[in-house]
Design a protein around this ligand. Structure first.
Ligand SMILES: NC(=O)c1ccc[n+]([C@@H]2O[C@H](COP(=O)([O-])OP(=O)(O)OC[C@H]3O[C@@H](n4cnc5c(N)ncnc54)[C@H](OP(=O)(O)O)[C@@H]3O)[C@@H](O)[C@H]2O)c1
Length: 306
């Protein structure tokens, strides 16, 4: 008699973090289903992953789609508000997802939050992420909450688009002094931790940061050196930086950086006080991957909204 593989559900298995989690789950002989806004998008797992829509507006369908799952890996979130995609709506969708997961009997949830998520934050992104954590904790489903810093990987829009700007322009504008800290973590290290937490049903709420802390200036200079470009840094006020970002936004039809992200970095919110759980060095990773970064601009607006 063959025993059916344990079913895990991953939101966004064809997108960034979800893809790394899925790869690891499949390697561990789990069955994976994904909830996604793009179920018809090319399936990078050769048909091994069933894809269904989120169906937040049809809770009975969503509940049926979650039935039988031992673990839900929830990456669902928006990076910035656009058109009808607001943080408030995303919170409501998260509430629906959790309610349906509880109804469907999902045994454990591994939820992706963010470093310095805080329901009292003055910054909308961090505040909404904090409120989402509360929803997860109140859902009644045993949970792991992971709070990554900035995740790097080939598909990271931040790393790729930073490299693209460095390749494209002779000058690179940095908001403020550039001396604030940033502690990137490799996406696959986070996926490894997530899958371990899901497998062991760990009840955990933890920051997930990488082993290296850079000033923002140092990170940009390192990236520029590794991709072999000579763009010069200039320091401008945050307001000026946002104006320049707005010009690039128009050029690439995207949201390159948000005011929250600039303020978050400047307030040292992309760095953790806890011991790092990631082990991959950004600098080592760049040695192997810099050539592939920033060749083409990656538009999140196009990816998520078209
Ligand atoms: N990337 C980072 O550096 C970082 C840092 C800290 C925390 N986080 C958190 O980690 C989680 C995963 O992040 P990620 O960068 O890997 O995200 P992602 O793969 O781009 O997206 C994760 C999920 O959210 C959906 N989604 C994203 N933007 C959307 C939009 N505008 N409208 C509708 N659906 C949208 C995606 O839908 P599709 O399946 O249709 O693509 C996917 O299911 C998120 O909760 C994020 O807040 C990320």
């Amino acid at each position: 008699m063959t025993v059916a593989a344990e079913l895990n559900i991953v939101t966004g298995a064809f997108s960034f973090t979800g893809k790394y989690i899925t790869r690891r789950l499949l390697a561990g002989d789990k069955q994976v289903k994904t909830l996604t806004g793009h179920p018809l998008r090319q399936n990078p797992f050769e048909g091994k992953v069933e894809a269904v829509g989120f169906h937040f507006d049809r809770p009975a369908t969503l509940t049926a789609n979650l039935k039988g799952a031992s673990t839900l890996y929830n990456t669902y979130w928006i990076r910035f508000e656009h058109a009808q995609a607001t943080f408030e709506r995303t919170l409501e969708q998260t509430r629906i997802l959790l309610r349906c997961a509880a109804k469907a009997g999902v045994g454990h949830i591994v939820h992706f939050s963010s470093i310095h998520a805080d329901a009292r934050s003055a910054l909308p992104y961090f505040r909404a992420k904090g409120l989402a954590e509360q929803l997860v904790e109140e859902s009644g489903i045993p949970c792991t909450i992971l709070r990554p810093t900035l995740m790097f990987g080939l598909e990271s829009s931040f790393c790729n688009n930073l490299a693209w700007m460095l390749r494209k322009f002779p000058m690179f504008a940095v908001a403020g002094s550039g001396r604030y800290s940033i502690q990137p973590v490799f996406v696959d290290d986070v996926a490894e931790l997530a899958v371990r937490a899901g497998r062991n049903r760990q009840l955990l709420n933890t920051d997930v940061a990488g082993p290296e802390v850079f000033t923002f200036d140092a990170l940009v200079k390192l990236l520029a050196r590794k991709i072999g470009c000579r763009a010069r840094l200039m320091h401008v006020s945050p307001r000026r930086a946002l104006k320049m970002v707005a010009l690039i936004n128009d050029m690439v039809n995207d949201v390159v950086l948000t005011a929250d992200e600039i303020r978050g970095m400047m307030e040292n919110l992309i760095v953790s006080d806890a011991p790092p759980l990631g082990h991959t060095l950004f600098s080592d990773w760049l040695d192997k991957n810099a050539e592939a970064l920033g060749i083409k601009y990656y538009s999140e607006l196009k990816y998520h909204f078209c």
